[in-house]
Design a protein around this ligand. Structure first.
Ligand SMILES: CC(C)(COP(=O)(O)OP(=O)(O)OC[C@H]1O[C@@H](n2cnc3c(N)ncnc32)[C@H](O)[C@@H]1OP(=O)(O)O)[C@@H](O)C(=O)NCCC(=O)NCCS
Length: 282
């Protein structure tokens, strides 16, 4: 483990660095924990005190920028991040499960908790959270925007707030189409499908297609798959009770564990990390 004793900033593990990549430390008591074979490209990670970033073995980042002021951010084993850009503030918590393929942006504030089991994102999603929770299962998101808050309070004439922040839940096997918006308080039921351009403001039940603004159910008792394969036919007919089994049997195993990474010399990486700790700013 490398440590800047004066500021108590630490780095555990040696990533694979690309060209001019660097970790920038700001503030004290920050920790960066990197598993084996973590690849970081155009990084800029500032932590601003009492923060932690954990990237488990095999994580692959690309156009990074994390800010993480007084927050905890963790990406699980073999996550592929690509565009990255996370800012997480004020005691918030972001934890994404292994083998997720993500591009995107995240922004968390005021002790928000955003977690996902496994994400498969084809375009950049935007997740904005303030307080409360956004909980995602093993699901596929296109370029969606998820809010658990309106950010600004609305008062009735008696002075009561009428638009409190409310948790969002996206259950397993959900497919969220492009250019969609998921608003505060919504639960998307297991296996539901959200049509292009939908704005969801109320719960959507499992195994249906919902579309429009506001999103309404347009078809029921459906399942979806990443690709069309002839042998999927053997799983039919399905019932509502065993529809979730379809996903267990047919989900493509997005597995990035065998990704080949061109190593940079470890001495160079170690030197750069020492340098970043030494250069820790206020
Ligand atoms: C949601 C979707 C998958 C449904 O496809 P489908 O089962 O073939 O649905 P249909 O075209 O038969 O439409 C069923 C009804 O829903 C309506 N509808 C479908 N998609 C809609 C949408 N995005 N917004 C509003 N209404 C929609 C149709 O007008 C139709 O209404 P009607 O019965 O009153 O005529 C598809 O319409 C869609 O939005 N696909 C885009 C998904 C996406 O973003 N993919 C990117 C890759 S991740």
């Amino acid at each position: 483990m490398m440590q800047n004793r004066k500021k108590n900033n630490t780095i555990e593990g040696l990533p694979q660095f690309y060209k001019n990549a660097a970790i920038h430390f700001s503030g004290k008591n920050n920790s960066v924990k990197l598993g084996k074979k973590v690849f970081i490209k155009d990084s800029k990670i500032k932590l601003y005190g009492n923060s932690s970033l954990e990237l488990e073995e095999g994580c692959y980042l690309q156009g990074c920028q994390f800010i993480i002021r007084n927050a905890h951010v963790k990406f699980g084993r073999c996550c592929e991040l690509m565009n990255v850009k996370v800012s997480a503030f004020d005691g918030s918590y972001l934890e994404i499960g292994g083998n997720s393929a993500i591009t995107g942006e995240w922004e968390l504030k005021e002790a928000a908790t955003v977690t996902a089991k496994k994400l498969w994102c084809t375009w950049p999603p935007l997740v904005a959270a303030k307080g409360g929770k956004i909980t995602m299962g093993d699901c596929g998101l296109a370029d969606t925007t998820i809010y658990n808050t309106d950010y600004h309070p609305i008062y009735d004439f008696s002075g009561n707030i009428i638009n409190h922040d409310r948790d969002v839940v996206i259950e397993d096997n959900v497919w969220v189409g492009r250019r969609t918006v998921i608003l505060k308080g919504v639960t998307l039921g297991n296996g539901c499908i959200l049509g292009f351009g939908s704005v969801v403001s109320r719960d959507i039940p499992p195994h249906c297609i919902a579309a429009g603004m506001p999103a309404k159910v347009v078809k029921e008792n459906v399942v979806w798959a990443a690709h069309d394969k002839a042998d999927y036919q053997k799983y039919f007919p399905l019932t509502l009770e065993n529809a979730a089994d379809f996903y267990r049997q047919t989900k493509t195993k997005d597995n990035y564990e065998n990704r080949k990474i061109k190593s940079s010399p470890l001495w160079l990486t170690a030197f750069k990390l020492h340098l970043s700790l030494w250069q820790s700013k206020k």
